[in-house]
Design a protein around this ligand. Structure first.
Ligand SMILES: Cc1ncc(COP(=O)(O)O)c(C=O)c1O
Length: 612
């Protein structure tokens, strides 16, 4: 993993230049320079960097691929896309997305009242809004208000009760009315951890029988002309193209059948989301087996073929890709605070004038290890260690000798591994790498910033931002700063062979970048241990090669998060105050100082400060 798999997951967004991770643009600005500039104002802790140019890249790729495919297959239907707000509702992302999407008529998808109200306020006026998910009468009312405001809105119903509520609301409200979409329950489903959204037992959508009933209900309510769209979503992160093709064929035929049943204004098929992102850092673990080009070609070609066969108008195509649009735009950067086996350094060796022969022998091995003898010396060191431990149990060597032996064996292992490298074939070396893995304590919360790793084991690419021209020699596990043993990304020679550099954190900074965290992670993030959303900044690339840091938003303060949890923060402050006032352990001057310090802590965020 010399380039940390950048060529596998990086999508040419970043390059390594001069040993640093840089933006892949003409002037190659380095991420570390951005981080240092932000930190020069005294900001510490994890940082979330947003790159609007990467949002634009994804939007342009989607539209250009579909426009190209439409041309190639002479497709008559339109192509439309909406961004599903659930993927990331943070204003630092949404405002950029809406602005960038304007020339494309890019719309928004909402799945709740809050998201719909957000869409009604921020959507580019006239761009489509689609509404999915369970709806009550109130949500339906909000949808009608959106139509009355002039929004181009489609309410997609998930069940017949929702349709009943829409029919009732239509009688009560004014014109214009929203368009109606029907979510269809397909037999086809995706693959992988997010596949539950599709298939006949899926949580959402109408069966064929219910579809027929829905058409009859719409007919008798004289609302059939408002039925414009069918919708399906076979799951997020569709790793293989085949299930999508099956779903499209099924949906295309349902579209044709419904048009024959009199749904003359039905003109669109909405494929939902699911376009996958490649998260793997190792070629052999790659999950996505298609490109956007193939995806667009298959969608357009299949829908055209079905429309031709069934002699119906070629449908407009809607997609609701979220992950594909949002994931790459955000990078979490977190400082390493500590290396847990830092005690195993040469500096900690404390050899006596006269050492036991085994310790002397270990020292000789350490100082003379080289490529031709590395494996042999490694074996010798391991067996010497066993002997030293036996001698310690029998009282022949003391704690001092044992400590020296442990340090030397550790140093020999590290040296041997860096000489021998990662050899896929050597189980022994892989086991030793796991044994001597270093634990890097990193100033972030995995629960807050990578919740899908915690909940689903989803891997996110990790790499240091600097020193990429130096070979990393430490097999590494990452520990976050929560008091939870789940807050760990473990080294695994097959699935997560992460190697990092040796760092003396007292003398130097070492930052890790966690990539592709822009989709789902921010909003699913949990405040475990009361760690909050990290400090964020938007990075604008300038034409002259520099970059501009915009919208710097510091991580929420302790008092704000307690307020969010409905603590009475005035009461909390007063209680702290009176407890200090009543204390007879300190004098008046000290009380004032303590109070001042506490206020500062309450108004700052809870991430660690001293080192990282
Ligand atoms: C209806 C619907 N549309 C779109 C999406 C977005 O999916 P993705 O982020 O995989 O593109 C989802 C996500 O679950 C969804 O449920």
């Amino acid at each position: 993993m010399k380039d940390y798999g950048l060529s596998v997951w990086g999508n040419s967004n970043f390059i390594i230049d001069n040993g640093k991770v840089c933006i892949n643009s003409d002037f190659k600005p380095a991420l570390i320079d951005m981080v240092n500039e932000i930190r020069s104002d005294g900001i510490r802790g994890p940082l979330l960097l947003r790159f609007p140019h990467l949002i634009k890249k994804q939007i342009v790729e989607i539209y250009s691929n579909f426009e190209r495919a439409k041309k190639e297959f002479d497709y008559k239907g339109e192509f439309n896309a909406v961004y599903p707000l659930k993927v990331n509702q943070y204003p630092g992302f949404v405002r950029n997305l809406v602005h960038i999407g304007k020339p494309y008529n890019y719309g928004l998808e909402a799945g709740s009242k809050a998201e719909l109200l957000l869409a009604m306020a921020y959507n580019n006026f006239g761009s489509p809004i689609t509404v999915n998910g369970f709806k009550d009468k109130e949500l339906i009312n909000i949808g009608f208000i959106a139509a009355e405001m002039g929004h181009n809105i489609t309410l997609t119903i998930e069940g017949l009760n929702e349709l009943k509520a829409i029919i009732q609301t239509a009688k009560e409200r004014f014109s214009p009315k929203p368009n109606i979409g029907l979510r269809i329950r397909l037999h086809s489903s995706g693959t992988g951890v997010w596949a539950k959204s599709g298939g006949i037992n899926a949580k959402f959508g109408l069966t064929s029988t219910e579809l027929l009933e829905a058409i009859n209900m719409l007919k008798s309510a004289k609302l059939l002309d408002k039925f414009t769209m069918i919708h399906f979503h076979i799951g997020s992160q569709i790793s293989e193209i085949h299930p999508l093709k099956k779903a499209l064929t099924e949906a295309g035929n349902i579209y044709a059948e419904l048009r024959k049943l009199g749904a003359k204004n039905l003109k669109a098929i909405n494929l939902g989301g699911g376009l996958a992102v490649e998260y793997s850092q190792v070629q052999q673990n790659v999950t996505r087996n298609y490109t956007l080009r193939e995806y667009a070609n298959d969608v357009v070609f299949l829908l055209k073929t079905i429309a031709d066969q069934k002699n119906v108008t070629e449908p407009d195509i809607f997609i609701e890709s979220g992950r594909f649009v949002a994931a790459s735009h955000a990078v979490l950067v977190a400082p390493v605070l500590e290396l847990f086996s830092q005690e195993y350094t040469e500096g900690k060796l404390n050899l006596k004038k006269e050492n036991p022969p085994l310790v002397t022998e270990l020292y000789d091995l350490y100082t003379s290890i080289k490529p031709s003898n590395a494996l042999e010396y490694l074996h010798d060191a391991i067996s010497h260690m066993e002997s030293v431990l036996t001698l310690f149990d029998l009282g022949y060597v003391d704690l001092h000798d044992r400590s020296n032996a442990e340090i030397l064996v550790h140093l020999i292992m590290k040296k041997a591994i860096s000489i021998l490298g990662v050899k896929e074939s050597s189980n022994e070396l892989q086991r030793i790498q796991t044994d001597v893995q270093e634990r890097y304590l990193v100033n972030f919360s995995l629960f807050q910033s990578l919740p899908d790793f915690w909940g689903l084991g989803q891997h996110f690419p990790v790499m240091p931002l600097e020193r990429l021209d130096e070979r990393p020699t430490r097999s590494a596990s990452i520990w976050d700063i929560t008091c939870d043993s789940d807050g760990e990304i473990s080294f695994d020679s097959d699935t997560n062979p992460l190697f990092l550099h040796d760092v003396d954190v007292e003398k130097e900074n070492y930052f890790l970048g966690f990539f592709l965290v822009g989709a789902y992670q921010e909003v699913l993030g949990m405040s475990h241990n009361l760690f909050t959303h990290p400090t964020e900044a938007t990075i604008i690339l300038k034409d002259n090669g520099g970059f501009k840091i915009k919208n710097l938003l510091e991580s929420q303060s302790v008092i704000d998060i307690l307020d969010d949890m409905d603590y009475d923060v005035y009461e909390l402050r007063d209680t702290l105050n009176s407890r200090i006032e009543e204390s007879n352990l300190v004098d008046e001057k000290q009380k004032k100082q303590i109070l001042g310090e506490l206020y500062l802590f309450l108004n700052d965020n809870g991430y660690l400060k001293t080192i990282g």
